[in-house]
Design a protein around this ligand. Sequence first.
Ligand code: ADP
Ligand code: MG
Length: 365
Amino acid sequence: QWMKCSQENRQLRRYIQEWKGNLRVVARIRPSLFGNECNNTALRFIGDDMITCHQSLDSSAMSFTFDQIFPPHLPQDFLYEELQPIVSSIFDGFHSCIVAYGPTGSGKTFTVFGPDGKSGVVEFAIRMLFAVTDNDPSLVATISMLEIYNETVRDLLSEDPMASLEVREDTTTGDVFAKGAVGMEMASYSDALRIIQSGLDFRSTSATLLNISSSRSHLLCILKIRGGNEHIGSLYIADLAGSERVTHSHVQGERLDETKHINRSLSCLADVFSALRNQQAHIPYRNSRLTFLLRPALSKAGKAMLIVHVSPEEHELSETIQTLRFGQRARDIELRPTKSQGNSLFGQLERLSLKRQYFSIDSSS
Ligand code: ADP
Ligand code: MG
């Protein structure tokens, strides 16, 4: 049902996107870990782009609209279909990014790396890149894997992965990079998977060494395509630190520092999204390592997709609402169809919303 009703909508929204700008915000709801999503009556999907939440039985519903919603149990392939234009834009010279946002346990790593570390968005992007570079020996694909923990940047593919790297800017090209980070050449698809696995393995070893949870750091995979000596395009894929609110009264010392750093960098990210949306002259990239490193992709010339992840469990509803709010703020829809704009695209959009099919999780089978 979801597939049928959304095909047309998606096609249309993709046109609108082309016309509207370069930041898309989508939401993904993971399946319940207890097979319980049907019991959560507080969370409902309307059409394929709106979620409503009831915080309590007698409260009115809050509604959140996104460019697309990916309900529980929807195969990763549907996400890939949405990502395809972003990944292929790398060959058109774009610097683009795909950012996974959400609290710990909401499915970010599942989206980015898959349940086995080799079947998520990163693997999909690499598969797409190799489909092109395999037929053009002049193109070279490289990968970097950086971890940002407490505003310290580490290179997960380096021989000395505990060393902290400086973030620098090349003032002539405008490129921002972690100084000394390895851009490892990927000889083949299987070579690429091996490299990623070594980065992920190091991510968990270093977390153990530092006695932290890997969900408290941001992970950035940077795929680049080079033709000869020329840098063609790049794709940044971020598996962000958990966005859950940790109240300061519950943490002390190092954990408090960690929490402050995560909160700060995620709010910097929101600031950058909102400055971009509002076309502000000054975009505050430099306020965090995360946004500074993402700067080449988070620009007017880039394409960005923010995937907000939420859990379907009832007991996580308040975290879910916070997360949806973040996504909604990033999307900050200022271009809404109105009657006075008789553009055919708008007319079509209006017709579509009229015949929108309503269904909730329990009727989606
Ligand atoms: P996060 O990285 O946000 O902390 P994870 O990706 O580790 O969350 O997901 C938490 C758990 O939920 C994992 O056991 C994962 O396999 C499972 N999970 C997450 N998303 C999905 C999904 N779309 N389908 C099936 N299982 C999922
Ligand atoms: Mg994770």
